[in-house]
Design a protein around this ligand. Structure first.
Ligand code: KE4
Length: 427
């Protein structure tokens, strides 16, 4: 494939934008090649600046569950834009999207819109701290909840239960308030909670960890966290920015039957436009300004354009049979890939929940971040580049999830399966 124009655009971008991208993963560093610059998209396809066509399994990192440029979503955005993009004042559209989301999540009695997943989790954590009067939080290694300071933290060394920054610019004293545990390890959570009794405001997790590939919760893990939080007065924050409306209309909480005290959402509820949200029990949410004293705000929070895209998207995906179709497409791809990989000498492990999935380059299984780190990331890079060259756009990093859309056709899936066979030979 010819990428001359993308290469030129990358050089120009790097002259103005750090790394040439507005979000690091887009730079393809983990893929071992320069990024493609996208010019347009439609359905399951994206098209780069050189006119190359790709079957897209990134889908803007999850939002494009309907496929790109769904006519009804485009129409909703165009119609709203003709009346004004943003007013900095309340609109009925915000309440309409709030009603749709709350109808899908019985544990969300009140919800506030923001403009990114990071804002949603950052705000939920401040709310949990203000509501409980406690300062410490607990997260899981390998889970990503956006780039707020409290969340760019990893386990401290040795027996230290406090966290240390994963990024320069996060004060050590701040990171110390973030405890980190091993995903899917309830015993580890119990020992950390016991060592910090009465001091933890919240436990935050991805109910399906989509930022270390695709790691489902083991049986009893979510329920165990729920019981610990209830017993200890800790708020359980379930970050469904990625899984919300992805693995079921009611997200991972519908799938696994465990309810958080607070829920964070994003991606699909914006239909590709900037929307995040956090919500939960009225008693907790009403602690937020202007009702309560916990401050949280945003100029473009709930803006009409983004609300319109989200409303149009949720109305379409709540239609009868949508998730059954998505499951059938995802299972078809999985079965095809399993057959191909069974005949390959390359060690791979495929993990999937609904329309999100990951191919790990190792034998697996992957139940936590330490497991995920055993993957052969060089092999992933060679595989990724071969798939891209064959017109398949995968998530450009081993520790990311891929996403199915309802627009992917059987022809797309068959082409993908064939491409995998050739790509594994290149690994
Ligand atoms: P944003 O601030 O990027 O909108 O959302 C942060 C976030 C929060 N919670 C979860 C579970 C998430 O997956 C994310 C963001 N996901 C990544 C993809 N792994 C976004 C891609 C990127 O950073 O460019």
């Amino acid at each position: 494939m010819n990428h001359n124009i993308s290469e030129e655009l990358f050089i120009k971008a790097k002259a103005m934008i750090p790394g040439g991208v507005n979000s690091p993963v887009r730079a393809f560093k983990s893929a071992g090649c320069n990024p493609i610059f996208i010019e347009k998209a439609a359905g399951s396809k994206i098209y780069d600046a050189d006119g190359n066509e790709y079957i897209d399994y990134v889908g803007s990192w999850g939002p494009m569950i309907l496929g790109h440029c769904h006519p009804k979503v485009v129409e909703a955005i165009q119609k709203t834009a003709a009346s004004g993009a943003s007013f900095g004042a309340p609109t009925a559209l915000e309440t309409e999207l709030a009603e749709l989301v709350c109808a899908a999540y019985p544990n969300i009695e009140r919800i506030r819109m923001v403009s990114s997943g990071t804002e949603a989790t950052m705000s939920a954590i401040r709310l949990a701290r203000g509501y409980t009067g406690r300062d410490k939080i607990l997260k899981f290694d390998g889970c990503y909840h956006g780039h707020a300071d409290s969340l760019l933290v990893k386990a401290g060394s040795g027996l230290a239960t406090f966290g240390v920054p994963t990024s320069p610019g996060v004060p050590a004293d701040f990171a110390k308030l973030t405890l980190t545990a091993t995903y899917n390890d309830l015993a580890n959570v119990k020992e950390i909670v016991a060592a910090n009794k009465g001091e933890i405001a919240c436990i935050i997790l991805e109910a399906i960890a989509g930022n270390m590939g695709c790691v489902p919760p083991v049986a009893g893990f979510l329920q165990g966290l729920r019981e610990i939080c209830t017993a200890e007065g800790i708020l359980l924050i379930i970050d469904e920015v990625m899984t919300g409306f992805r693995v079921a209309y009611g997200g991972a909480q519908e799938r696994y039957g465990v309810r958080g005290d607070l829920v964070c959402l994003g991606k699909i509820i914006g239909g590709g436009l900037p929307v995040g949200a956090f919500g939960g029990k009225k008693e907790i949410m009403d602690s937020l300004s202007p009702e309560g004293g916990i401050y949280q705000a945003g100029t473009l929070s709930g803006n009409p354009l983004a609300m319109s895209a989200g409303i149009a998207t949720l109305k379409l995906i709540q239609e009868e049979g949508f998730y059954q179709q998505l499951e059938e497409k995802s299972a078809y791809l999985e079965n095809g890939l399993q057959q191909v990989t069974e005949n390959s000498s390359v060690a791979t492990c495929w993990q999937r929940v609904g329309g999100m999935f990951c191919t790990y380059f190792q034998n697996g299984p992957v139940n936590n971040f330490d497991d995920a780190l055993k993957s052969d990331t060089d092999a992933f890079g060679r595989y990724f580049r071969s798939m891209l060259d064959q017109g398949i756009n995968l998530a450009p990093a081993q520790f990311e999830a891929g996403f199915m859309s309802i627009a992917h056709s059987k022809e797309d899936l068959d082409k993908t399966i064939t491409a995998v066979e050739k790509a594994l030979a290149a690994v």
